[in-house]
Design a protein around this ligand. Structure first.
Ligand SMILES: [Zn+2]
Length: 400
């Protein structure tokens, strides 16, 4: 019967739709589950014996799990190792990957090493080699997918490289707002490996950012007088007389404004600075060379530092938890020097830096001021710079 046929067809279609729906709802999310993060957490910790401490004591202090400590001792027993008293200059280097102990180098009397490898596999091996740190200049490059931070972590780099890279280009690009998916980044950087684990970075030699906003490069150059900086292709410094911000912050919670509702005082009043939110203890740097004109408690500002710079600029830093070493009224500071640490002292709702900039005694919006660039490459060293630049430029664009 045609009617029955249609009914069957209808039910059939319904079933197919339901199956499709359930696939979309239940199966699809599983099939796109998070890609596994590559190991970015390679870490090395070093312990030195305290006076009278025994071998197992150091392992215990380093919080090495008992079964692993036992295995290390057994392995040493097998090669008739003498557990004499440890010397203060002996060292224990623990290598971790994603918080799992993978290697230990015990260095005895400066030059004898016992290297325990493959600890995480359960098949620990021992060798007598003192593997030194291997250094290699490498090109890190990639494309922005969500943010620069995430994209760099995804290819196995550490946050310190990201921070240093963005510092170099801070005046060229706002990495919070001006990056776009599909933009590309390049960093020519010295990498330090211990036993093929990336443990640290050395000098960044060159950087490039190629995006919709523009194509920016920076080349590290040290002139024969020892002046060192990052310069653009024309030898102009990428640095300015002021840092773009005095700290590495999470976000800005309050901008410069002529009238703002104050959360504690519950009145509308101007906010004559920028509030940078960052964890308590984050270092705060002098934005430029200058002299400390005040360092102490200052009413609602709590622990407070004021610096005086050239061109009649003053910068002010409030709510600090403590001051940087040697920060006292009358002292000179250089750009980037730590003048204090983020806190919540004075009239403050949580850890942040309240930052103000004054020009000729009046408050100005720090985000609107574009200070002059630092010194360019000196004319007498320009030829030398060009050679360095061309070499770096070639390596930064290699394979691109
Ligand atoms: Zn503020």
């Amino acid at each position: 019967m045609p009617f029955k046929k249609e009914l069957f067809l209808g039910i059939g279609i319904l079933v197919i739709i339901l199956l499709l729906l359930s696939w979309v709802i239940f199966l699809k999310p599983n099939s796109v589950k998070q890609q596994e993060q590559p190991s970015v957490n390679a870490k090395v910790t070093i312990f030195q014996p305290k006076s009278g401490e025994i071998f197992l004591g150091v392992l215990k202090r380093a919080a090495i799990a008992q079964p692993i400590a036992d295995k290390i001792v057994q392995t040493l027993n097998r090669i008739n190792f003498k557990f004499n008293s440890l010397k203060p200059m002996d060292s224990f280097k623990f290598f971790y990957r994603n918080d799992t102990l993978v290697k230990l180098i015990y260095k005895k009397n400066y030059n004898t090493c016992y290297s325990f490898n493959n600890i995480e596999t359960g098949n620990m091996t021992i060798s007598m080699s003192c593997q030194e740190i291997a250094t290699k200049v490498m090109l890190v490059k990639g494309e922005i997918k969500s943010s620069l931070y995430e994209s760099m972590l995804e290819i196995g780099e550490k946050p310190s490289l990201i921070a240093n890279y963005t510092d170099i280009l801070a005046w060229e690009i706002d990495f919070f707002t001006e990056t776009q998916n599909g933009d590309s980044f390049f960093v020519l950087v010295e990498k330090k490996f211990e036993d093929s684990l990336l443990v640290d970075y050395g000098q960044i030699e060159g950087v490039r950012y190629k995006g919709q906003i523009g194509d920016f490069s920076g080349f590290y150059f040290v002139d024969p007088k020892g002046n060192r900086d990052y310069y653009d292709a024309k030898g102009q410094s990428l640095r300015k007389s002021f840092l773009k911000s005095p700290l590495r912050y999470s976000y800005i919670s309050s901008y410069f404004s002529r009238g703002r509702y104050h959360p504690i005082l519950k009145i509308v009043r101007p906010h004559k600075g920028i509030d940078y939110v960052a964890p308590s203890g984050t270092p705060v740097s002098a934005i430029g060379n200058g002299v400390v004109t005040y360092a102490g408690w200052y009413d609602g500002y709590g622990r407070f530092v004021e610096l005086s710079h050239s061109q009649r600029f003053k910068s002010r830093y409030g709510h600090l938890s403590r001051f940087g070493g040697g920060i006292r009224t009358g002292r000179n500071v250089t750009q980037g020097q730590i003048i204090g640490y983020v806190g919540s002292t004075g009239l403050s709702t949580g850890p942040h830096l309240h930052f103000e900039l004054l020009q000729n005694g009046s408050w100005v919006n720090p985000l609107k001021i574009i200070p002059p660039r630092a010194e360019p490459v000196k004319p007498e060293y320009y030829q030398g710079f060009i050679r360095v630049r061309d070499n770096l430029q070639m390596r930064l664009t290699a394979g691109n």
